[in-house]
Design a protein around this ligand. Structure first.
Ligand SMILES: C[S@@+](CC[C@H](N)C(=O)[O-])C[C@H]1O[C@@H](n2cnc3c(N)ncnc32)[C@H](O)[C@@H]1O
Length: 353
């Protein structure tokens, strides 16, 4: 590849490494992330890489081919505030009272009692402070423990599990771990929307986010372990867990995060995941509840997780069948990377080798 520059049309011949650096600067990227990516992709020491990248960028800047923009001290803080607002919107911590209002009106419909007054609906947060506190607590650690699962937020995953995703993504970006992000079990799409938000916010939008789901809810339990626990959460029994693909795409649009970097794998995992055109993953997030589904995710995708990448399991503490799937898979594969707790149900590990 030859880069032409200047009125004379003089050029610069790029070898493989230089060509990759040039590609990576196609989107705004900070120096630390750039060096991390190059060091890991070309297996050179970070020090050697930093010097070489710096020298090459200086040369490009000399010819006006790249522009170095100092990140204002406020930028990192602004990014963190964007991500925080994104998380609070996704779990519905911005207007949580609406959920109490809906519940009150549902109750009114069931009981046929007097219609709640406008003032009660408006001030419900102050009129029912215990219910409000309980609702907010459920948004922090993910719905089910405190109350019934949230049907109305774009994710059932609470703030703590979204914080964990942010932690994993920051590590992946800083260390230059190659690969896309994938969530298996997306429901309304909230956690996956946050994954794309992280990539965009950190200038890592050339990675992809893959979404694998039936988009018609959970399958009927067929494995003996799922049947033993009577885990029938299929559409007939739990219709709110079935969210169709256009609705999930609309949710991405709501956050202005639907673009070509978001890729869809619609169908049952057993049919979509083994042949999915996903090469490398930096974050694999399994949120599929069942033994069978969790095993299918790990069996099909674990080998595609890059060294230094993360495996996140949403339902480990909350669903015994999921825990058995993870424990049996780790034992069979001899995985000893420490399993770390996120909250009462989520766990993750970082793939060492
Ligand atoms: C608990 S929900 C996921 C919640 C979501 N991650 C969020 O942010 O709220 C579980 C999802 O897994 C999907 N699912 C479970 N097993 C599946 C399978 N074998 N094939 C395809 N989709 C499956 C269901 O359709 C459902 O959308």
């Amino acid at each position: 590849m030859i880069l032409e520059h200047g009125p004379s049309g003089s050029g610069m011949q790029l070898n493989g490494t230089a060509r990759r650096i040039w590609e990576l600067t196609d989107v705004p990227i900070d120096l630390d992330t750039l060096c991390g990516r190059v060091a890991s992709e070309f297996e050179v020491s970070r020090r050697e890489c930093d010097d070489a990248v710096r020298a090459f960028l200086d040369e490009l800047a000399c010819h006006g081919l790249v522009e170095e923009v100092a990140e204002a001290p406020g930028d990192a803080a602004t990014r963190s505030r964007y991500l925080d607002l994104l998380k609070r919107s996704l779990v519905n911590l911005v207007y949580p009272e609406h959920e109490l209002r809906i519940e009150l009106l549902e109750e009114h419909g069931r009981s046929g009692g007097p219609r709640p007054t406008e003032q009660l609906l408006r001030d419900i947060r102050y009129r029912s402070p215990a219910a409000f506190d309980e609702l907010v607590a459920s948004k922090r650690d993910g719905s089910v423990r405190h109350r019934r699962p949230s049907r109305f937020s774009h994710t059932m995953v609470g703030m703590e599990r979204l914080d964990n995703l942010e932690y994993c993504a920051r590590k992946v970006f800083a260390d230059g771990v190659p690969g896309d992000f994938l969530e298996a079990g997306v429901c309304q799409g909230g956690a996956a929307i946050f994954m794309r938000g992280l990539q965009v916010a950190f200038g890592e939008a050339d990675r992809r986010v893959w979404l694998a789901d039936s988009f018609q809810g959970l399958p009927l339990p067929t494995h003996e372990i799922d049947r033993a626990w009577d885990l029938d959460w299929s559409e007939a029994r739990q219709p709110w867990l079935a969210c169709d693909l256009p609705a999930v795409q609309d949710n991405f649009r709501t956050y202005d995060l639907l673009d070509d970097g978001v890729r869809w794998l619609p169908g049952w995992f057993s049919e979509t995941l083994p042949s999915a055109p996903v090469e490398r993953l930096a974050i694999l997030r399994a949120d599929a509840d069942l033994y069978q589904s969790t095993r299918e995710v790990l069996e099909s995708l674990y080998d595609r997780v890059s060294p230094g990448g993360f495996v996140v399991i949403d339902d480990y503490g909350g669903v015994d069948a999921c825990r058995l799937a993870v424990d049996s898979f780790r034992a069979e594969r001899g995985i000893t990377d420490p399993l770390r707790r996120i909250d009462w149900t989520g766990v993750y590990w970082r793939r060492e080798g």
